[in-house]
Design a binder for this molecule. Sequence first.
Ligand code: PEP
Ligand code: MN
Length: 366
Amino acid sequence: MANKNLDIIPLYEWGMFTEPRPSVVAGPCSAETEEQVMETASGLRDLGINVYRAGIWKPRTHPGSFEGVGAEGLKWMQKAKREYGLKISTEVASEKHVFECLKYGVDLVWLGARTTANPFLVQEIADALKDTDIPVLVKNPVNPDLDLWIGALERLNRAGIRKLGVIHRGFSTFDKIQYRNDPQWQVAIELRNRYPDLPFFVDPSHMAGCKDYIREISQRSLDLGFEGLMIESHCNPATALSDARQQLTPSELSDLLYKQIVVKDKDSDAPEWKDNIDQLRAKIDIIDENILYALGSRMKVSRQIGEYKKNSNVAILQTSRWDKVLAKVVEKGAEYGLSEKFLKAVFNAIHEASVEVQNEIISGQK
Ligand code: PEP
Ligand code: MN
């Protein structure tokens, strides 16, 4: 299902990002003062960042928190654009925000996670952006609802926005987890599979919630082949009025981008790479066939057992037997370097399917 109903202009034709990966949008969580906006911009420009971010209107969980400086901050952003030649970007959450951004020459806008979750607001923003050429990045909604995310993209695309991309920043969760937001990479991977040409950014800052995990998330995102990173950077994170724990100084960001993360090629044209990978994939295909054959054979025996239990009037489930099988599998599997978690997941799934088949036999459906 490739790019069925989105009409997208490729990222490197937007006039602000260039290869090689990662394309980076960086800047403070919030614009706070003119000095902070300018000092951070200058640090980021020096390390080769082209697209500067700063939140102007901040959606905060609790009232009374710092809610952004408002349109005044766009004047500081405009100054950073003029003096340092940066493209500037911010989050919009209403028609009014869009009009202010257009007035102050903002080059790119994004929809925040709370906004993407609200189709009324997305439609209002899409209508306000109609007939503009401004690139738009759509963060995932706070909840892991892929259709809601795609719906927002469709609304913008229908309004004529073709410089369109996404930002994966993870999902809210009630559970205590290591990160601030749960990555649920499978949701991002599913979106990439459905729309392989849709420019894809990851926001390790909001996913991590703290500096310590930004490197591992950025690396993961590059390993998955995503094009870009949106990273929060502040000239003095300790004094930041929002998200202080997760912001990097420009110099820390420089270390991350130029010393720590490793950019891997999406593919390679080298002939030996092609030969080797083709051979390895051919091996995997054969092994997969063997696995299927073994699963089919196992299921046949399972059916025979079902018939036998039916004729002997014996119950299907004998848990003590299954506990023993599983224990043996885990022990044996360890010799092949397979983890207990993996083996239990696979063999419990096999067992479940087998019980289901026997159940059908005994209840006379087969
Ligand atoms: C932000 O980028 O500053 C922000 C508020 O992010 P999110 O919408 O991902 O919470
Ligand atoms: Mn933030």
